[in-house]
Design a protein around this ligand. Structure first.
Ligand SMILES: *Cc1c(COP(=O)(O)O)cnc(C)c1O
Length: 462
């Protein structure tokens, strides 16, 4: 990447803000706000040292958690707006960035095929999901919220925040909602809302939304789609190469709400989730008046349809700029980026499937791979130990550190894929890799060889 374009753009950003400030008469900064130049230097020197202790998320050797560097265009846009510091709670706080937010959310809604909708950005996927569950609880105060065992852990927690009763649905060997178990439970319990996940945080499983819609017909419940991680992959759903299973994605438009996190796969810095409802009338649940805020316009203020009050207008601005540079299209902008991350996972899965030293949990549906070192006997304690060892050797190699992630899976769930496994531990630790960067694709052969070698060494030692 040609970093210097962005460096000169950074200077442009500063200059532009300066010009904007000059529209008003200048005045002296108050002395209480002044910092001596020496002090700035020394504090920032210490600060740089501290930041040096971060993990290198930007690098292709970082193939661990769901962490991806924002695009420089997004960072610059964020930084520039941050100098103004708009607040998208109200048009009074962020007159222009609120409009950018509406435009950006419109594009996200269109990507999912929502025509009429109500939506906004949030500071995270957790808050976006909280809003969806809270609306569900407002519609069905007495009914249960159901989600799968591999759904994000915050659904459970947020149900207790809103005081909703909930029920967990079993998953199948791919980590998707087990529709048989779901139907059994629909027969017995009053389930008002089902959370379907598009890209589970553990292994990137995609719940069969098209099948869930059939059950919705029969049992009448709401479906909320948690596509915080996997939502952008819908761009590949109409691709003839069938890089992903299209049906679940193309069914999202018939669900009641969807969450997508631009700060996961959307090249955004943190502080950017979003919630979109298919029926705009749910806005009534948000209805409130504020004695302080809504004065400058009769237009909809985003704070009137959002649980949060202050939100960074800079997040909306960054997303808006990013979407100008990377439109939500299959063959341009975002699509080709997602296609490469997906191909990286497919390629690595092929290599692991053939490997003597590594075993895959289940075939990846998106760009997340879960695997473990093969051992002489299939025992959960031994798999955990070997996974830990491999994780540590990879991250601690000074010359060539590779950053993987770990995943703790209920051993019972693992036995769905490996019935012969000895369950001597309740949970088994596996290795997990989110291949979120397009640069991962070309790196896979080398990465695989390296990890496979470590697995071989570890096995020989045990
Ligand atoms: C990351 C994630 C969340 C939580 O989102 P945050 O932005 O981290 O709060 C929820 N659901 C899924 C499926 C996720 O991957």
């Amino acid at each position: 990447m040609k970093k210097n374009i962005y460096l000169s753009q950074l200077i442009e950003c500063f200059k532009n803000i300066e010009l904007w400030e000059k529209r008003l008469p200048s005045f002296e900064t108050d002395e209480t706000l002044e910092i001596p130049a020496e002090k700035i230097k020394s504090v920032f020197t210490e600060y740089f040292t501290r930041l040096g202790n971060s993990y290198p998320f930007f690098h292709r050797q970082y193939a661990g958690q769901m962490l991806k560097p924002p695009h420089p265009a997004a960072s610059l846009a964020y930084f520039t707006a941050m100098l103004i510091n708009p607040n998208n709670h109200a048009l009074d706080g962020g007159p222009e960035t609120s409009v950018m937010e509406k435009e950006a959310v419109q594009q996200l809604a269109k990507m999912f095929g929502f025509k009429n909708y109500l939506g906004h950005l949030t500071s995270s996927g957790t808050i976006a999901n909280l809003e969806a569950l809270w609306v569900s609880k407002s519609i069905y105060p007495e009914k249960l919220i159901a989600f799968s065992k591999e759904a994000h852990y915050t659904h459970n927690r947020m149900c207790s925040v809103i005081g909703a009763k909930f029920i967990e649905i079993d998953t199948d060997s791919q980590g998707r909602i087990d529709t048989e178990d779901l139907e059994e439970k629909l027969k017995i319990y009053p389930i008002g809302t089902l959370v379907a996940t598009v890209g589970t945080t553990g292994r990137g499983a995609v719940d069969p939304i098209h099948k869930l819609l059939e059950l919705k017909e029969k049992y009448n419940f709401r479906i909320h789609v948690d596509a915080a991680y996997g939502g952008y992959f819908i761009l590949l759903a109409e691709d003839s190469k069938r890089l992903i299973e299209p049906e679940p994605f193309l069914s999202i438009s018939q669900c009641d709400s969807v969450v997508i996190d631009p700060h996961k796969h959307g090249l955004q810095p943190y502080g950017c989730g979003s919630i979109i409802f298919r029926d705009p009338s749910v806005g009534k649940f948000y209805k409130h008046d504020s004695p302080y805020t809504y004065f400058t316009s009769k237009e909809l203020h985003l704070g009137e349809i959002s649980l949060e009050c202050s939100r960074a207008g800079a997040s909306a601005a960054a997303l808006w700029v990013t979407l100008k540079c990377f439109p939500l299209k299959p063959n341009e902008g975002m699509g080709p980026i997602l296609a490469k991350t997906r191909k990286a996972a497919v390629k690595w899965a092929e290599l692991v499937n053939k490997s003597q030293y590594l075993e895959i949990l289940s075939q990846p549906e998106l760009d997340i791979l879960v695997f473990f070192p093969k051992s002489k006997s299939l025992k959960s304690s031994l798999i955990s130990k070997l996974s830990e060892n491999l994780f540590n050797s990879a991250i601690n190699n000074k010359n060539f550190p590779v950053y993987l992630a770990k995943m703790k899976l209920e051993s019972k769930t693992l036995s769905k894929n490996f019935p012969e496994i000895v369950l001597d531990q309740e949970y088994t630790t596996l290795l997990r890799s989110c291949l979120m960067k397009p640069e991962h694709l070309n790196f896979i052969p080398e990465l695989h060889k390296y990890i496979e070698n470590l697995a071989k060494e570890i096995r020989d030692k045990t």
